[in-house]
Design a protein around this ligand. Sequence first.
Ligand code: FES
Ligand SMILES: [Fe+2]
Length: 371
Amino acid sequence: MASSKDYNLGEFTFPRGWFMVAESAKVTDKPQGVRFFGQEFALYRGKDSGKVVLLDAYCPHMGTHLARNSTSYVAQDGAVEGDSIRCPYHAWRFGPDGKCNQIPYSSGPIPPAAKVRSWPVVESMGAVFVWHDAEGGAPEWDAPFLQEWNDPAWTHWTFDDLGRVDVHPQEIVDNITDAAHFGPVHGSRTQFFENEFRGHLAIQRMGGGHRTLIAEGGPMLVTEAVYHGPSILITRMSGLYDSYIFIAHTPVDDGSAYVWHALLVRTSDGSPATAQDNIAARQYQDVALAAFAQDFEVWKHKRPCLQGLFVQGDGAFLKQRVWYKQFYNPRARKQEYLKQVEGIHVPRGMEAAPEEMREQSEASLPMVANG
Ligand code: FES
Ligand SMILES: [Fe+2]
């Protein structure tokens, strides 16, 4: 298993950005232990506010995991009280801000060090996202949200939980620049392909056939795949139906990631989705998942590509790897990387995306904070 250091990514082991940590529907007032970024967290939904809370897992009293317990009477009776959580060992209670707000058996003052870190989380499109930043800064951009989520013509997704894969996120992100895998892996005849790097966005515009997603002789598949930061990939796809593919991969330990997949699908005529449309959408999601599984299978069994033997026509891998470094280094150094890679890159021998498609990106993509 290769590490961030092996890929020479920068100062930090884990990147800066928004990361999916759970499906909203699975976060309840029963606390759960989760592991990301090489550390343990306690995740729960507050009973008063209904808000999701993500805390560092270990109690400052004696180091007990706040959420991996089922036998203590604290856990059996329900560890979440209002928006606070009680430690299963001696029942210290911590608020959603991470500060201890009650020690049931001690009348002395609560020591100021009796606190755990509380992480900034938001819920969007059925998922819980955390802003992770080794420097502890405020979010540099907003968590992803699609306007279509609130449009009744689009059926909401249900997540495919693909679990943990022991591959470094760099190998997954490489896919955004991989022009030459479409034919062999997905059966596409690529007609145009380009990448654009712009601030925290990495964009791929592609058009062609696709044996997994579109039957032979079907409409052309046109996709605009966008990394919104280092880990959340949202692909607008027109083909059989208009849809958005959502793929999130969140680092678990250095060299592994947890992966979710989902598909937001528009009804064919734009009318509000019915139960029947919902069934069709889930079937289409299964086909999209089959296409993703084609990539996934390669990643699962490959050895790390620390230095590729890249040739003409491969795509802008080296630029993409420089773009990706902005998230593994202090944000003060971001421009150093961006000025090497920003712009549109078309692999040799490949056609660029049509101008209308670029204009559409321009109109629909979120503005990039400070360039
Ligand atoms: S270890 Fe948490 S209250 Fe004692
Ligand atoms: Fe692929």
